[in-house]
Design a protein around this ligand. Structure first.
Ligand SMILES: [Cu+2]
Length: 312
């Protein structure tokens, strides 16, 4: 009898293994993608650390899940009612060691998950004393102003990029450097959200009065253009309150900041973000207009698809 049971269990295990293998293969994902378990790709080391927490949590959940499913199927297969079964199966309540185990084990799981969540959160919120670049972000209905308080133009003004009705602002930042963002709002509550940072923080007016931490840091690990949104419903044109992060290698960023601080001979004014990027002429990375904010193109007042330059 036990031999038959053993053979049946083996067959069941083989089928279960085959089904899960086919399931994984059928998704057509690479191993890196499988281990991401749907977590969006991040471009910051903070986002990557959050991904590791997610991968660990999902693996822990899958282990618990597989164990529970196995126990359910085992009971269904081997402890179902048979012709000669007694009316009542064997009763096992008031089993103290089992009940203590079932209380302590979930507590241990929660404590471990909590520990790793706190460690990851501390890493994401960590601030070093001397960040490489500082940027002040001011959100207003319905636009963004980005300034670099440590870089001044020839006439002594802080270098500043702002969006207007016609322009989606570009927040140009370096890769591989610690960037410190100080966010504040000029009116209502907004939210600074760059999906590829895997990070969002509400932007409050008068942060010092609102007891919020309006300073955070991160490090971007690759060049590229990444869309940024306001993620807090802030009024009529909230949906159009976009910006774009343009991450440039440190040497390109230095060139950009030098240009921003100097005077454009053509206009006799300091280079604007678009003019500096055009002057740098470094291909797609130096496009003077936002490239990621579809369907909101740089022409904010455009109403028809052709005015918006839509090609997709
Ligand atoms: Cu907003």
């Amino acid at each position: 009898m036990s031999l038959i049971k053993g053979a049946r269990a083996m067959r069941l295990a083989k089928v279960a293994m085959l089904v899960s293998l086919v399931g994984i293969a059928a998704t057509g994902c690479s191993s890196e993608e499988v281990l991401r378990f749907g977590w969006p790709k991040a471009v910051t080391e903070q986002g990557e650390r959050m991904r590791e927490l997610w991968t660990g949590s999902v693996i822990a959940a899958l282990i618990v899940g597989v164990l529970v499913w196995a126990l359910i199927f085992w009971s269904v297969a081997f402890h179902r009612k048979r012709k000669n079964s007694p009316d009542m199966p064997r009763q096992t309540q008031y089993n103290l060691p089992l009940e203590i185990g079932l209380t302590v084990l979930p507590m241990i799981i929660i404590v471990v998950l909590f520990y790793y969540a706190v460690v990851t959160q501390n890493f994401v919120n960590k601030k070093i004393a001397n960040p490489d670049v500082k940027v002040d972000v001011v959100a207003t209905q319905w636009n963004w102003v980005f300034s670099y308080p440590e870089t001044k133009t020839a006439n002594g003004e802080v270098v500043r990029t702002s969006g207007d009705n016609a322009t989606i602002p570009l927040l140009v930042l370096p890769t591989s450097k610690t960037i410190q963002y100080t966010i504040s709002s000029g009116d209502v509550i907004h939210s600074f959200f760059v999906p590829e940072f895997n990070f969002k923080r509400d932007v409050f007016p008068r942060p010092e009065k609102n007891n919020t931490d309006n300073v955070f840091q991160n490090k971007i690990d690759r060049e590229g253009a990444f869309i940024g949104h306001c993620a807090e419903l802030c009024g009529t044109y909230h949906g159009m309150m976009n910006f774009e992060v343009r991450a440039l290698s440190p040497d390109k960023f230095d060139r950009y900041m030098k240009l921003r601080a100097s005077t454009n001979p053509k206009t006799a004014k300091p280079y604007s973000a678009a003019e500096a990027l055009t002057e740098m002429n470094c291909g797609d990375l130096c496009k003077p207009e936002a490239v990621t904010t579809y369907p909101f193109t740089t022409k904010r007042d455009a109403r028809t698809p052709s005015e918006r330059g839509e090609t997709r």
